[in-house]
Ligand binder design. Structure first.
Ligand code: ZN
Length: 447
């Protein structure tokens, strides 16, 4: 028997705005590692980290590969992983800070898991990451500011033991990178129809637009998100690409799980750069500011903050516009720090309406003879009919209840503007428990 060891390789921030994609590097690495006869013990992890860090690249996603291997190949495995990482990192691009981390360990240390949770929800420094790397005897390499090391380490420490989802990502042949993506749109709508509710965020229901194909110069042709590896694989077979697929891989992910959100029990406890769930009462009616953003204020006995539904959030903006002072709601969203022109603001991802305040309107009484609305004769002096002249000195204004254009319940931003981590409505009730690791299907990548 050859002694088998377990290794975890974490990768982050190898892409720039001009192209590349860390998931693609992971896909290449899967193929490369197979040459060393490794045995993958999990699907590659695609871990989305705190979407509010000021220096993030587009999606702030980090990757992790976990496998057992023949000890004799350890150095060769590391060397070829590093070579591939260097080759595929946009090291010359400003703002790209690639990192790669190796950890040899059968179990994920609890301390590392806690580090990862923190990286998903708040701000972590490189210093903290380096201290932990030293303590765990992990190895790390980085370029430029080396910030990618934080994400690479965090990806290793997220074994997805709570809720999780899958994404199958198909990649384009290199000669097509940067050109318009060619996929049969009808086949995507058909796949979405057939596999609902087990895949999600394929199309935007409001605009009837396909959203599984990105727009940038990156190598991704499309990515299908779903509840199981089998489902995303079936979905892949239903979609008709009209250009060559160079490779595809199924990732296991925290996407669509709300992993970034932290429930806080008071508005005074919310902090900039984090994402929160907080319950409070509407204290200022919504107002629309240029260009079609909706802002309202929320208050509890500890503080008052602004909430914003920006134009691209679509349907949630309509919900926000209907709120009135006194409504009791729970808001989900990213906290943006106060500036000279704006107070602390929560950018809304979801609104859970818990209690709607009855809306009333006061109106002058109607003349019993003429059926006309009467005029006030002054404060507490009653009303007078302008038509027949009759006075009613003791009459009072009448209060009417106006129907609210809202119902209690959960409202989520439109699919097209959802963040990678936002749990879409369709996933409610389908949450999984990752305590028991899922079996790996035979064909989870190509080639
Ligand atoms: Zn009258």
């Amino acid at each position: 028997m050859i002694p088998q060891q377990v290794m975890h390789i974490g990768l982050d921030d190898t892409d720039s705005t001009k192209g590349g994609c860390t998931t693609y590097l992971a896909a290449l690495l899967v193929e490369k590692l197979e040459a060393f006869c490794v045995h993958f013990i999990d699907y590659p992890g695609l871990i989305r980290l705190n979407p509010n860090v000021p220096w993030k690249t587009r999606g702030n996603g980090a990757l992790c590969l976990r496998f057992s291997f023949d000890e004799r190949f350890e150095e060769e495995i590391k060397e070829s992983a590093i070579a591939l990482w260097e080759e595929n990192s946009a090291i010359k691009e400003k703002g790209t800070d690639p990192g790669i981390v190796f950890l040899r360990s059968a179990k994920i240390p609890e301390e590392l898991k806690a580090f990862s949770k923190k990286t998903e929800k708040s701000i972590v420094t490189l210093k903290e990451a380096m201290a932990l790397i030293k303590k765990l005897k992990a190895e790390a390499l980085g370029f430029n500011s080396c910030r990618g090391i934080i994400g690479a380490l965090a990806a290793i420490g997220e074994p997805l033991e709570g809720d999780y989802t899958y994404e199958l990502i198909a990649y384009r042949a290199k000669e097509n990178w940067g050109s318009k993506r060619k996929v049969d749109e009808e086949s995507i709508f058909e796949m979405d129809k057939q596999l609902q509710p087990f895949t999600f965020n394929n199309v935007d229901s409001e605009t009837r637009r396909v959203i599984i194909t990105p727009r940038g110069p990156d190598p991704i042709l499309f990515g299908i998100r779903g509840e199981s590896a089998e489902t995303v694989k079936n979905a892949y077979e239903l979609v008709k690409p009209l250009e060559p697929v160079e490779r595809w891989v199924i990732f296991r992910s925290n996407q669509g799980t709300d992993a970034h959100l932290r429930r806080v029990d008071g508005l005074s406890k919310i902090e900039p750069y984090s994402s929160v769930i907080v319950k409070a009462v509407v204290s200022q009616n919504p107002r629309t500011i240029p260009v079609r953003h909706v802002i309202f204020a929320l208050k509890d006995n500890s503080a008052e903050v602004d909430c914003a539904a920006y134009e691209p959030t679509g349907s949630i903006r309509k919900t926000a516009r209907e709120l009135i002072v006194g409504d009791c709601i729970e808001v989900y969203g990213a906290v943006h720090k106060a500036t000279s022109s704006k107070p602390l603001t929560i950018n809304l991802e979801k609104i859970n309406i818990m209690e709607l305040k009855p809306q009333t309107r006061k109106e002058n009484p109607i003349c019993p003879a003429c059926k006309k609305r009467m005029k006030s004769m002054g404060k507490n002096q009653g009303f007078r009919c302008e038509k027949c002249g009759t006075k009613f000195p003791t009459s009072k204004k009448k209060e009417f209840t106006i129907p609210r254009g809202l119902k209690t319940g959960l409202y989520v931003t439109s699919t097209r503007s959802q963040r990678h981590l936002t749990k879409p409505l369709i996933r409610y009730g389908q949450e999984k428990n990752g305590k028991v690791k899922p079996e790996i299907i035979i064909e989870w990548h190509f080639p």
